[in-house]
Design a protein around this ligand. Structure first.
Ligand code: AGP
Length: 610
């Protein structure tokens, strides 16, 4: 997510803005910028890279203006660069905008604005907002912002200033957070509390669809349709560290709770009004329908959690597109002299876009003439520059080393890709529309899981001192059994193993000692009866079974030690729900073992070396 801060008051705004942006650095960014009033106009300074690059370009002594806005950019549309950095100006260079969110109809808006003679200089979606405000401006900046926002589809948190309105700072939000900071002689807008905690602990939360007008004397809030809003301020008693985690104890827990948003933002603009997977939000894919139709094979390469997303994608793509898919961990793929040709699409899944083994695999694929599609969460990452196309996930920056919301976004994007392949290959059927509709209900279903975690906390209390734990699954649940084991291993340091349940009888069942805890993914799906048989096999040998089952399944209650229920959904989408209790179980167990869940021992967020 991008970081926003705006200031209007009795002090020089630039130092306050820079300090506020520093407080937002933890969120991850690739460029930064500031705009302040100067000599009746606007002074705009932006730099790619770290904030220190921006600071080096500022002469704070000369920047005395008491009105300004600043931004740290996490690129979504348009590579990281100075020209794409915020703030963005209109043609008159009198209006400056900073934005966090995704404008779904920006292609159309860019086309229309250019057609009306506007000079758009960046590749960003944000810039269209500055030009829409310019067109609506007739002397009242606040009204012009309200009018401009009526043309915007998508998510936004905005701060806007104009050299023609030196006593006004405007903030507005829809589906992206924005707060107002209140102090006796100054007022702030910010995307997150840490940005302003050095100056005030009094904040007012802006709710969805609200807009605020701030002056050196106070603030006014309305709904975007003009309905007045009266809202009291609240006092924040968090320290900076707690504020960075949004009040959660750890980034990992915060990011587990950000998963509904990760799904919504990854879907945003990619399903059209007819309930089909649209091309608009997939403009970086680099593969037209003819190319999708002509594919003979897909080879997926990835590591760790991303490999588990790939294992799931294999089943989803083969289910929808009936196209053969093989999956390999990148460290094996790069040395096995793979059989690839122009009929093969290599799909490289890497949230960081920097994993050395996966990058090596991509280079081999290119040498062998295969097209490469990268699935990544980082715009401008290395893999995006070495692939033929990119399928972006929009989970926002992930701080915890253990991948959670980025996996969720990967599974969302890869389901979309499977559906798009089916569409292109003429295979979309009656299930298709139901799947697209259900995919859009997944965020609320994840949210319902996050509201009922007591069972998982009890399991953690009972089992946090075990030395071994198994995770079993079949079919679409098998990749998630692997992921559940990895999550537990990497943050609690307990030996855990994910396994295809049907394979236990071929050896590993010998492992079962009385009381060995086994988490079994047992959703109501096409292999439910089979997984119940596997539960009986394990129980007969003394195992303790903890089942993750579909709500309403009463039969399973009498057959296992404990059940955590997930909402009903389609078989292909069940992993997006079943992974959540396993993430939480690993988290609670690790916390009881006093492990550092955000920075586990021996691990790096991105393994950029072999
Ligand atoms: C997942 O929790 C781990 N942090 C690790 O396995 C990670 O998924 C793997 O290193 C791949 O990273 P990437 O997605 O950035 O390529």
């Amino acid at each position: 997510m991008c970081g926003i801060i705006g200031y209007i008051g009795d002090q020089a705004s630039a130092p306050i803005i820079i300090k506020g942006l520093k407080r937002l650095e933890y969120r991850g960014y690739d460029s930064a910028g500031i705009a302040v009033l100067k000599d009746g106009g606007l002074q705009l300074i932006r730099r790619e890279g770290k904030l220190s690059n921006l600071e080096a370009a500022l002469n704070l002594k000369e920047m005395t203006a008491t009105l300004g806005i600043g931004h740290t950019r996490w690129a979504t549309h348009g590579a990281p660069s100075e020209v794409n950095a915020h703030p963005h100006l209109d043609c008159t260079q009198k209006i400056a905008v900073v934005h966090n969110g995704i404008i779904e109809n920006f292609h159309q808006l860019r086309h229309e604005l250019s057609g009306r003679g506007h000079d758009l200089r960046s590749q960003t979606d944000t810039e269209v907002i500055a030009h829409l405000i310019e067109e609506a401006f007739t002397g009242d900046l606040y009204q012009a912002v309200k009018d401009a926002l009526t043309h915007i589809e998508g998510s936004f948190a905005l701060a806007v200033i104009s050299s023609d309105s030196p006593d006004m700072l405007v903030g507005a939000r829809k589906d992206s957070p924005l707060i107002i900071g209140v102090s006796p002689k100054a007022f702030f807008v910010a995307s997150d509390i840490p940005a302003i905690l050095d100056y005030t602990r009094e904040i007012v939360l802006l709710e969805n669809g609200e807009i605020a007008r701030l002056s050196p004397q106070g603030y006014l809030i309305e709904q975007l349709d003009g309905t007045p809003v009266s809202r009291k301020s609240m006092t924040i008693d968090w320290d900076i560290s707690a504020a960075e985690k949004g009040g959660f104890e750890d980034f990992m827990l915060k990011e587990i709770h950000e998963q509904p948003a990760a799904v919504r933002e990854t879907l945003r603009g990619r399903i059209d009004e007819n309930g089909r997977v649209g091309r608009v939000g997939l403009d970086d894919l680099g593969l037209d329908d003819d190319e999708l139709r002509s594919l003979k094979k897909i080879t997926i390469v990835a590591c760790g959690t991303s490999l588990h997303a790939g294992m799931l994608a294999k089943q989803v793509i083969e289910r929808w597109a009936r196209l053969p898919v093989e999956v390999d961990c990148s460290s094996e793929f790069r040395y096995r002299d793979p059989i690839l040709d122009e009929g093969t699409l290599v799909v490289a899944i890497t949230q960081s876009g920097e994993t050395a083994d996966t990058l090596a695999g991509v280079r081999i694929a290119a040498e062998l003439g295969a097209k490469v599609l990268a699935v990544t969460n980082v715009v401008g990452s290395t893999i995006t520059r070495e692939s033929d196309g990119v399928l972006y996930t929009f989970a926002g920056p992930e701080i915890g080393v253990a991948a959670t919301k980025t996996l969720m976004a990967q599974m969302t994007a890869l389901n979309l890709f499977g559906l798009l392949l089916a569409q292109a290959r003429g295979r979309s059927n009656h299930e298709f529309a139901a799947t697209v509709a259900e995919l859009q209900r997944i965020p609320e279903k994840i949210a319902s899981i996050l509201e009922n975690t007591a069972v998982l906390e009890d399991w953690a209390k009972t089992y946090h001192q075990v030395t071994d734990l198994l995770f079993l699954g079949r079919g679409f649940s098998y990749p998630m059994a692997m992921e559940g084991a990895l999550k537990l291993k990497e943050i609690s340091y307990i030996h855990a193993e994910g396994y295809p349940a049907g394979e236990m009888k071929h050896g590993p069942i010998a492992l079962i000692n009385p009381g060995l805890p086994i988490v079994v993914l047992a959703p109501k799906d096409s292999v439910y009866e089979k997984i119940v048989s596997n539960i009986h096999e394990a129980k007969a040998r003394g195992a303790t079974i903890l089942a993750i089952a579909t709500v309403g399944d009463k039969d399973i209650l009498s057959q296992v030690e404990g059940v955590f229920y997930i909402p009903e959904t389609l078989e292909t989408l069940t992993p997006l729900l079943s992974v959540v209790p396993m993430q939480l179980l690993a988290y609670y167990i690790a916390k009881l073992r006093d492990c550092n869940v955000d920075q586990p021992r021996n691990l790096a967020k991105s393994v950029t070396v072999e």
